[in-house]
Design a protein around this ligand. Sequence first.
Ligand code: BGC
Length: 599
Amino acid sequence: MKHQDLIKQMTLEEKAHLLSGRDFWQTQSVKRLGIESMTLSDGPHGIRKQEGAGDQLGLNGSLPATCYPTAATMANSWDPALGEELGKMLGEEAASQDVCVLLGPGLNVKRSPFCGRNFEYFSEDPYLAGKMAAGYIRGIQANGVSACPKHFAANNTELRRMASNSVMDERTLREIYLTNFEIAVTEGHPKSIMSSYNMVNGVYANENEHLLQEILRNTWGFDGFVVSDWGACNDFTDGVRAGSHLEMPSTGGDSPRQLMQAVYEGRISEDEVDVRVDELLDVMLSTRKAVNPLKGKPFDVDAHHAFAQKASEQSIVLLKNENNILPLKKGSKVAVIGEFAQKARYQGAGSSVVNCTKLDHTMGVIGNFDLNVIGFEAGYPRHGAPDAAMMQKAAELAKKADYVLLYLGLDEISESEGLDRSTLAIPDCQIETLKAVSDANPNVIIVMSAGSSVEMPWIDRCKAMVHGYLCGQAGASAVLKVILGEVNPSGKLSESYPYKYEDCSSAPYFPAKERTVEYREGLYVGYRYYDTAKVPVLFPFGFGLSYTSFAYSDLKVSDKEAAFTLTNTGKVDGAEVAQLGLPKGLPQGGREQDRHHPA
Ligand code: BGC
């Protein structure tokens, strides 16, 4: 043990209390021994440090912080280095607010597009998710703050999230639902990890020795501490025995008392408790040492906002561009339609909600761009039924313009922690507005805001689609730069877009009808299923258009690496994500047979 001298001086009561939180966000301290408490705060795309009353769902306000694009958005960059840069900014803001442990990134695999938290997660592919997460972790920890990847493990539904039991074979568990965490742990070296609410094959994650000891610590070499998701601790003593170090939030002293009783009764030895205390103390002491000199140091709000915009620019996916309608020429005459252009849709709901330092809305920033904006109409209500009067006004405006920028997407309620989605459709009121507007003017360019995949049976009604996902506080300008060609889009989808929900491999078993969630589709998640079963999709995993074209040549593959020459064969600068592993004979990272609308 590293901190034996300190532990020798601690009473059993002090040790038991250290393993359970002091309040909603802080750990206990042992003042007489100089052990200071540390603060843990959400979240994965911006700090949510609550100074007043704590709550889990972001209901009470938090200190202003930068809201970066969410993980689902960033994954479209396929760029762990960009994730690392973002992580550094998060780590800096965390330290400045005296946060020692940042509760993120979230990296659960998107088993189903219905999962309400998909906007907070990276991908349907464990490799991409793991690589992105490792980048974030390296960045967050660069200044000594601890990252806390979550939710370990097989936490892929919000329905009955505190009681569900994820049941699957060991191969599926390891290859799909643990590979992401394995990469994050072995390449990112997080100082902590969050155990999930659910059971995995009948044992709560926070009490699961197979996960916490055999795999996490013994196989992957994890040497940080395990914190329970908020309220995910069921039997405190079993958790400590299995390899969990910190119960959050506080249970008002009940759990420590139970643990002490268990020691007195010989159900767990004090030596076992000491090991957990030692592992936890190691991170408490090192993060405190790193954060103490940084707390209160202001961060550069404007520079972080600018980075949030850059991150968004590199994550935007161009899904459709008929007759190269985009980029628009300078000075183009456009009508802007859609409630989301007035009030941005830029982050999801729940514990990840960030109280932004500033927030760009399209109508607030569009004046900075060389466009002839002839007017704005909301076109549809943010929530509720189609509104005929709003639609008519939108159609009238559309008639007068050369192009319509139509902002659509999912509303806030559709993407929330604690609630799975029940449809992949965007709201009816928006679809009706699209119909009315495209009847009035065929040059419709849709700007999509949604943190997870949506069905698009109406896609023929637009000429182009720019998918901004949930682009954070500075995304509005990023989208406009793409529309004008100041940025050439290079994002590629990190999840598949099926034609309809029923096409998903997990659809017959999701949502689960009872507490047990059967992962009957096994390994066949996302593109692994669509490719194998030859189920056509609207947009495949990895899809994304550019304003230029690329050619691949001289491909040489060995068992360790692939080398090739990539040539920009178009007229403008651009960036390309090279993808390996697509079916043979297909050009340039796209799968033409799956493409609904050619570029
Ligand atoms: C969420 C976690 C979050 C925690 C603290 C839980 O409900 O599942 O992701 O970090 O609350 O807010």
